[in-house]
Design a protein around this ligand. Structure first.
Ligand code: MG
Length: 160
């Protein structure tokens, strides 16, 4: 049995007017924000699925279903903290997480350092263990007009 386990998470949300732009656990200054049953934080959703996946746990949609009124308007930071509790109870600790945010909505570079700090605090690690990269979409596809945000996250866990 290996002492290390890799996990991957992916999420996609529409960016719509009238929603706060909450991504990576922080609020960005942008005229549109992710739609969703919860606060729509696609970054934290992808990270949550990555850590749960690496631990062999159920995914975010199973643990926190969007049909459940308890999670309506939910703070995704609280969901990630609950997921990390499950991961620790399963006998794992986080080594690192690496995140790609693909969008032509909000610019990621100016908030990258703050986002790393915030995600690291939620995961109980230092910002050196959390990387965040923004990618634009070269004007290609349905996301390229700024209508959405797609996030990929990869993490490594080790047995504690
Ligand atoms: Mg989501």
């Amino acid at each position: 049995m290996s002492s290390h386990r890799v996990g991957t998470g992916f999420d996609l949300h529409r960016l719509v007017a009238g929603r706060p732009c909450i991504l990576g656990g922080i609020e960005l200054d942008h005229p549109t924000g992710p739609s969703g049953h919860s606060d729509g934080d696609a970054v934290l959703h992808a990270v949550t699925d990555a850590v749960l996946g690496a631990a062999g746990a159920d995914d975010i949609g199973t643990l926190f279903p969007d049909t459940d009124e308890r999670w309506k308007g939910a703070d995704s930071a609280a969901l990630l903290e609950q997921a990390m509790k499950l991961v620790r109870e399963a006998g794992f600790q986080l080594v690192n997480v690496d995140i790609v945010i693909a969008t032509e909505g909000p610019r990621i570079a100016p908030v990258r350092a703050k986002m790393r700090e915030r995600i690291a605090a939620l995961l109980g690690v230092t910002s050196g263990e959390v990387n965040v990269k923004g990618k634009t979409l070269e004007g290609l596809g349905a996301l390229a007009d700024g209508a959405g945000v797609a996030v990929q996250a990869v993490c490594l866990l080790e047995r504690s």
